[in-house]
Write a protein that binds this ligand. Structure first.
Ligand SMILES: NC(=O)c1ccc[n+]([C@@H]2O[C@H](COP(=O)([O-])OP(=O)(O)OC[C@H]3O[C@@H](n4cnc5c(N)ncnc54)[C@H](OP(=O)(O)O)[C@@H]3O)[C@@H](O)[C@H]2O)c1
Length: 327
């Protein structure tokens, strides 16, 4: 089997393309999927470089999501059939490979005819966005929602979902092109944070009131701006640390009676009821095109390093994929 393996934390050179690996065998409750496309996520770069919060065991095959076809069923798995096209979440690893194992509960049958690229591109980032916005943020129509990295993979999902829910979305991004993308995907306002301080700007946009919910995957660099932007009783939902771990001074939170919540996708995946709600609220819209998922690039499996370089270099808009077995 072919796969991208990381033997130990490092730079792009740590991604090694191997062709001599054994096909994994599904244990009880597991499903083996033959990979069509694997999603590339920012957290893959954190695992590769040793900066991920949950320390993995190396060597590791990267990749937490894929599309493909059910290839083998472990003991006790019901309701799936060999050859069935699916999207799947595998946890932190396993998908940059010809075959991957997923817990049966994280294997999601896809609608007939759904594009296999799209099927690989949505589950991790769009379910994360759903959890941030609804499970943590409790977003309601009329709320002001500030979305950071709004042209990124999770960002494009947050922007569209919030605006579809009747929220008023303020996006931040690091270039005019990314701001324009966010405006074209549901944001009412977009702030290029390299040109304007986003905290004061968001406060001014809301007429001095502040925003109800902040969706923040950037972390440390955004703490001060977030405290400027949040309204009384608002909630900052932290779900990533692209710039480092944020530290919020409790006294400053008291100053607005506001809160900070942390959000991890794995907690949503563990709760079957929440997971199926997320899936049923997003998959039809993705499949019929009413949610627009922009794919930035599709690289051959062996060229995973190029995808990592682009993601770490902040060059990307939307989703990155690796092509493994497209048919
Ligand atoms: N909690 C969870 O379960 C969960 C699940 C999935 C993803 N995440 C997190 O969500 C975030 C977004 O993930 P994604 O895969 O969708 O990536 P992404 O947003 O497509 O790419 C990362 C973007 O973050 C922005 N950024 C800000 N500071 C950065 C820095 N120091 N280095 C690199 N990028 C920086 C850049 O956008 P600008 O140019 O606009 O600044 C960049 O394009 C990541 O932090 C990821 O770890 C968390």
């Amino acid at each position: 089997m072919r796969a991208i393996v990381v033997d130990g934390p490092g730079g792009l050179e740590a991604l090694s393309y191997r062709t001599d690996l054994e096909t994994p065998q599904p244990g009880p409750g597991q499903v083996r999927v033959r990979t069509a496309y694997a999603g590339v996520n920012f957290f893959d770069t954190l695992i590769r470089s040793g900066r991920y919060g949950r320390k993995p065991k190396y060597p590791i095959i990267l990749g937490g999501e894929l599309s493909g076809w059910v290839d083998a069923l472990g003991e006790g798995v019901e309701g799936l059939s060999i050859g069935q096209p699916v999207s799947a979440l595998t946890g932190d690893s396993g998908c940059y490979a010809d075959f991957a194992l997923a817990p049966a509960g994280s294997v999601i049958p896809i609608p007939d005819g759904m594009d296999m690229k799209l099927a690989a591109a949505w589950p991790l980032q769009w379910l994360t966005a759903w959890g941030v916005l609804y499970a943590s943020g409790k977003a309601r129509s009329g709320d002001w929602v500030l979305v950071h990295a709004a042209a990124g993979g999770v960002g494009q999902a947050l922007t569209q979902m919030a605006s579809r829910s009747g929220c008023r979305v303020i996006a931040t991004a690091g270039s005019q092109e990314k701001c324009d993308f966010a405006l074209a995907h549901g944001a009412e306002f977009a702030i290029n944070y390299r040109e304007k301080e986003f905290g004061r700007e968001a406060r001014a946009i809301t007429g001095g009131r502040g925003v109800d919910i902040i969706c923040d995957s950037v972390g440390a660099a955004n703490v001060i701006g977030n405290l400027r932007a949040i309204c009384f009783f608002g909630l900052i939902v932290v779900f990533g640390y692209a710039s480092g771990e944020p530290e919020y001074d409790e006294r400053l939170l008291w100053g607005r009676s506001c809160g900070v919540a942390m959000n991890g996708l794995y907690h949503l995946v563990e709760r079957t009821e929440l997971l199926s709600r997320g899936v049923s609220e997003m998959l039809p819209g993705l499949s019929d095109g009413s949610f627009r998922l922009h794919i930035h690039s599709v690289q051959p499996l062996a060229e995973a390093a190029q995808a990592h370089a682009a993601l770490e270099g902040r060059e990307t808009i939307g989703k990155l994929l690796l092509e493994v077995n497209p048919a």
